[in-house]
Design a protein around this ligand. Sequence first.
Ligand code: F6P
Length: 522
Amino acid sequence: MALKNQNPTKTNAWKSLQELYQGIKNTDMKKLFMQDSERLEKYSLKHDDLSLNFSKNRISDDVLKSLVALAKEVDLQDGIDKMFAGDIINETENRAVLHTALRNKSGNAVMFEGENVMVEVNETLQKMKVFSEKVISGKHKGYSGKAITDVVNIGIGGSDLGPRMVVDALQYYKNHLKTHFVSNIDGDHVAEIIKELDPETTLFVIVSKTFTTQETLTNAETIKKWFLSKGATQNDIQHNFVAVSTNLSKVVAFGIAEDNIFTMWDWVGGRYSLWSAVGLSISLALGFDNFDQLLTGAYEMDEHFKTTSFDENIPVTLALISIWYNNFFETESEVVIPYSQYLTQFVPYLQQGSMESNGKSVDRDGNPVDYQTGNIIWGNTGTNVQHAFMQLVHQGTKLIPVDFIGFKESLYGNEDHHNKLMSNFYAQSEALYLGKAKEEVHLELKTAGQQDKISKLLPFKVFEGNKPSNSFLMDKLTPKNLGKLIATYEHKTFVQGYIWNIFSFDQFGVELGKELAKKFLA
Ligand code: F6P
């Protein structure tokens, strides 16, 4: 069944939120903390070792109640249930949205069009496991009989960003295989990658759900030509090329043996596909057990999302707070700052997940919306960003809600570095919240013996404060925790799109540019 169709701005909860906004928009969060000694505890949620502190937001109990009431009034639970049940909620493409089946560890069937999709899902996972183990152990040889040393993922968008992010984020758990990613149609990208490679010992994984994407096919053809020019024959392709796709006939026409094709399904959206065989390069780089742990983490978050009441539900809370700023404070963007160098690729990944999903301006009835939808997502890793864009977040004219992500332990155990890193993690959210009042700046300059400069410097050194942030904290970066974190943001995106009454699972907006590029090429 289709998703319900209702304009969120016409709900009673929306009206209450508008009134509450007038009362709270300029309230100093320090006052809210003073009024409620349990605020931190009350405005924190936990799921195993993942905790979310959302106390530093311009929200009150009444705001939270009305946000939850909004979710209930539009019957979010119905939307969640329909997604997990495989209903055709991607109506514009006439597809189900079942990425959660890819990590379904319950042992229960997931039915779609009368078939239990778990049969094929598990078969594909098994095929990935067997193949990964053969490549990692050296049993699978390249065409000249040598073991594989390098893996190249050829794909773009969801067929690149997810695997690239996970392999980079979990490099600590990596094996000896070197993993490379080619995505851009810029010939210099592929040239830079192949110049280092030995065709005899490189495995090419062509990842394209449609197998029609210009960038991926152009890169794959270039690589095939290079491979054949190095002494390999057409028959050797079966040893060094595999593909992940729904389009079997096109893959075969490219020259890849049927046995070397890992299937995926129409009901997996590109940007939600790293859990499928699209994650083959993850399984190759980290070993299948780590890939499986990633799936387990996501599954655990799925269960939390599906079964937890909205007021204690981590993805729902994140989505509601985001809607609160986007639609009432009229903030345009959100910044995500992981305090882990490993998560450098996390924001580019989230950008596709969120912006390709919710960058829509027509509601589920096909009418233009008269309210804001998708946020601009941006960010990078702390502490690097403190020396780059944080100035604007602290003292600029725009209100920019922040998500901080941190880990209690580092992976290599360097305590000195980690204490310094995490003191910055805590300090940034505190600085945004507290700000620095005139009186403080005055005293500071006086104490520093700069009395003569007070009148000139004071306005520049004042921080307004009262800037919102959420903070995620986990014990350490493990495959399981990463799976949980990714699933959290996936579900946040779903809840936002559901409440905004848009279709989050199509991406027609990327088509026009593709069509025009073809015309320019001609
Ligand atoms: O950018 C548009 C898009 O369709 C994405 O949604 C998708 O992840 C990407 O292109 C790649 O598509 P494919 O896997 O079919 O090559």
